[in-house]
Every structure is written in C-alpha cells, then in structure tokens.
Write a protein that binds this ligand. Sequence first.
Ligand SMILES: Nc1ncnc2c1ncn2[C@@H]1O[C@H](COP(=O)(O)OP(=O)(O)O)[C@@H](O)[C@H]1O
Ligand SMILES: [Mg+2]
Length: 226
Amino acid sequence: MICLIDRAPIGIPGLDEMLEGGLPVPSLILVAGDVGSGKTTFCSQFLFKGAQLGERGLCFLTLGGSPECVLKFIATYDFADSKYFGKDIVFSDLEVVLEQPTNSDEVLKIIELEMERHRPRRVVIDCLSVLLDLFSENYRRFLLRLSHLIKDYKAVALVTGDSIPERPYPVEIAQVADGIILLQNAEVNLLRRRSIEVLKMSGTAHHLGKYALDISSKGLTVYPGL
Ligand SMILES: Nc1ncnc2c1ncn2[C@@H]1O[C@H](COP(=O)(O)OP(=O)(O)O)[C@@H](O)[C@H]1O
Ligand SMILES: [Mg+2]
C-alpha cells in the first residue's frame, strides 16, 4: 500500500529537495547544533515559509532574549517580512515563566493553552534542551505529552537542542523526535566550516551524510552536491 505523506516545505534552498519536498506532517523534528550553527535562523525560515503559505506559526522562546530582542535579529534577514509578525507568526515568551520556580506540568499547560488559542500549523520551541535542563524532575513524560499534543493539532514542530562536544544532540529529545537534523560549525585549519546532516526523517527517503551549508542575508542555503 502506498501512503502519501503531507509535506511542509521548510523554505531552505537545497534542503527541501533533499527531503522529498519538506518535513512530514504531523511531526516533531529536532534541530540540534553548536552555538552559532544556525538553529534559530533555520526555525525562522520555516516560520516565514509557513506564513507565505498561509500557515500560522507559533514560536516559544525559552532562553536567549525577549521576543522583541529575537525579532530584531531575525529582521536582519531578507526573508523576514515584518507584515507577518504578530498575526501569522506569533511569539510566546517562556523566559518570563522560567524566571520563577516551575515544573514541566505547568510549562506544558501554558504550551497547550497557547496552541488552543492560536491553532498553529507550525510550531517552534527554541531552545528545548535548555528548558529541559531547568526541570529537576524526570522530563520524559513532558516530551511524550508534547509529542502527542503536536500530533493532535496535525502540526509540524521544530524543537532546537544544543550540541556539546561529547553529545552532538540531546538523546532524550531524539527518542521522541520523528526527525533529527544536525547543524555544525566545525573548525578546519583555523577556519569554520558549516555543514548540515539529516540523521533521521521518518517516512522520507532522504540524503545521508554531511552537506555544505552557508548562512547569508538570505538565511541558510544547503548545497546538496557538496
Ligand atoms: N543578517 C545576517 N546575515 C548573514 N549572516 C547572519 C545574519 N545574522 C546572523 N548571521 C549568522 O548566523 C549566525 C547565528 O545563527 P543562529 O541561527 O542564531 O545560530 P544558533 O541559533 O544555532 O546559535 C551568526 O553567528 C552569523 O554567522
Ligand atoms: Mg539560537
């Protein structure tokens, strides 16, 4: 039996072609990488592509500045059309919630309420690994419930995770993720070379291995031939 899967184009030149047109719908995708490797830019391109297609985006920010501050950085990219801010792409500031003692149940409740209010097709949690580090209790149940919530809304969620030298991606998030994309900014002969690798993408015959990546004012561009 052939079962066609809906795809959500990411809007990153070169990458959608490597993924049969985009990310499977619904799905929870982990975008992991070093600091400065392009995670936030990746998520922004995904949200703006969605807005162009009439798909509402909801972006939860954990640590890394207020929505105003993050918006100022995103606005430096050519694709960041400000007409979408606040309506087609809405931001939810979890940082203020995390300043107070809280737990995974409370945070999940807020995410549920925001999902109910905005009914997004595209969701971003940037950064999820930092959020999990703040929970003292076992957060596997949180991840499972988050994954079910995304599927209930038939949405595509990008969640970001920080790489550290001994751990290229957060394993706990990878266990619930339908896809894993790894961004790198590796040192080669005193220079830094950017790359992207699709480690996993359920239901997709994707390219394997590392491909050259560039970040310019256009955002991320992938070179599938390199
Ligand atoms: N407007 C821009 N034009 C070109 N490159 C940019 C621009 N803004 C950021 N960058 C590049 O992107 C990098 C940050 O990417 P970002 O998506 O914030 O990474 P991460 O979220 O993984 O830390 C910067 O260090 C810079 O090299
Ligand atoms: Mg970031």
